[in-house]
Design a protein around this ligand. Structure first.
Ligand code: NAD
Length: 270
């Protein structure tokens, strides 16, 4: 666990923070000393409030901020609210994402659009507002070496094709170049943009893949490290990626996947 000095004085926004990986990131960033805005959908107000309460009980600072990340007006209002409450923003964890799976020939246009709009367009809208705020605020070298940091929550499926999930894999593949392009465009401003690519992490998004013994066994065959990941595995890596410890890292994807991208099927000569 990181100590409170790691991110003290910094403000972080985590999207989709009311559950799973986003929740763990918000908790870890707060433990590392950041003031945290917990983004959530209206339907998850109770979960977001309870997270904010537990961060405050542990001595941290947090506020809930409601917005659908795929809606431009809501994203802009959310950033205005965060800056209004905390003065600025130093860290964006672009985490909100969904799956809507179907065999390719059965996938509806609505399923395709919804996943692209949340997973890809949502990250574009939030990253754009974050970069605008970093540039507006200007350097604060006493707070962080970088002007601002963005982590795009991607997936091993930015690399591994995934039958039955064409919309999801396309959204994460697109995200890889969105991340690198923003990183290239703003590196000279000292804005660092990176991706975290989780493997199989135990959260509600993939409950079917780990909740029965049989499914978990099938999943474990894909993970050389021999265990399913936990949200905290991702949160610890995110804390490092947004801290000055990784100040020379930009435009990179950090795979946190227990070796899933090592092609375990080839272990015994394929
Ligand atoms: P999750 O379902 O627990 O969390 C997703 C969160 O996003 C939820 O809180 C949900 O309410 C929120 N959300 C959905 N649509 C939103 C919208 N329009 N606006 C704002 N918030 C919205 O699942 P998770 O596993 O924690 O997923 C978090 C991220 O991690 C996603 O981007 C997902 O693609 C990625 N990821 C997860 C895994 C895994 O194995 N769990 C693996 C690779 C990548």
């Amino acid at each position: 666990m990181w100590d409170r000095d790691l991110l003290s004085g910094q403000v972080a926004l985590v999207t989709g923070a009311s559950s799973g990986i986003g929740r763990a990131c918000a908790e870890a960033l707060a433990r590392a000393g950041a003031r945290v805005a917990v983004n959530h959908l209206p339907a998850e107000t109770a979960e977001a409030r309870s997270l904010v309460g537990s961060i405050r009980d542990a001595g941290g600072e947090a506020i809930p901020v409601v917005a659908d990340v795929s809606t431009e007006d809501q994203v802009r209002s959310m950033f205005a609210e965060v800056v209004g409450a905390f003065g600025t923003l130093h860290i964006l964890v672009n985490n909100a994402g969904i799956q809507s799976d179907a065999a390719f020939t059965d996938m509806t246009l609505d399923q395709w659009r919804k996943v692209i709009e949340i997973n890809l367009t949502g990250q574009f809208l939030c990253a754009r507002e974050a970069v605008r705020e970093f540039l507006r605020r200007g350097p604060q070298p006493e707070v962080s070496k970088a002007l601002g940091k963005i982590v795009c929550m991607s997936s091993v499926h930015q690399t591994i094709p995934w039958a039955g999930h064409a919309n999801y894999a396309a959204s994460k593949g697109g995200l890889a170049l969105l991340m690198q392009t923003i990183a290239q465009e703003f590196a000279s401003h000292r804005i660092r943009v990176n991706a975290n690519a989780p493997g199989a992490i135990r959260t509600p998004i993939n409950r079917d893949a780990w909740s029965s013994e049989e499914a978990a066994e099938e999943l474990l065959a894909l993970i050389p490290y021999g265990r399913i990941g936990e949200p905290g595995d991702i949160a610890d890596a995110v804390c490092w990626l947004v801290s000055d410890l990784s100040d020379y890292v930009t435009g990179t994807t950090l795979y946190v996947d227990g070796g899933m991208t090592l092609y375990p099927g080839f272990r015994e000569n394929g």
